[in-house]
Design a protein around this ligand. Structure first.
Ligand SMILES: [Zn+2]
Length: 67
């Protein structure tokens, strides 16, 4: 029934490290804004993990949305 499937669930990724900027980059727009769930297609659980990882990464001074 569900056509959209959360990428992280699909790949059985349970935790997202703030240092994993490669993964986090997919979920941050060009301007460094966290993409909404309608765009990321993540489940609620993983959206929350992604956004908290991004916030932590910002605290660490890591940069996103630039490549
Ligand atoms: Zn998920």
């Amino acid at each position: 029934m569900r056509k959209r499937y959360c990428y992280l669930c699909k790949n059985k990724i349970e935790t997202v490290e703030p240092t994993d900027t490669g993964t986090l980059n997919h979920y941050v727009s060009y301007f460094g804004v966290i993409e909404p769930r309608s765009k990321t297609r993540l489940c609620q659980k993983h959206q929350k993990k992604i956004s908290s990882a991004i916030k932590k990464a910002r605290d660490l001074g890591l940069k996103f949305g630039e490549s």
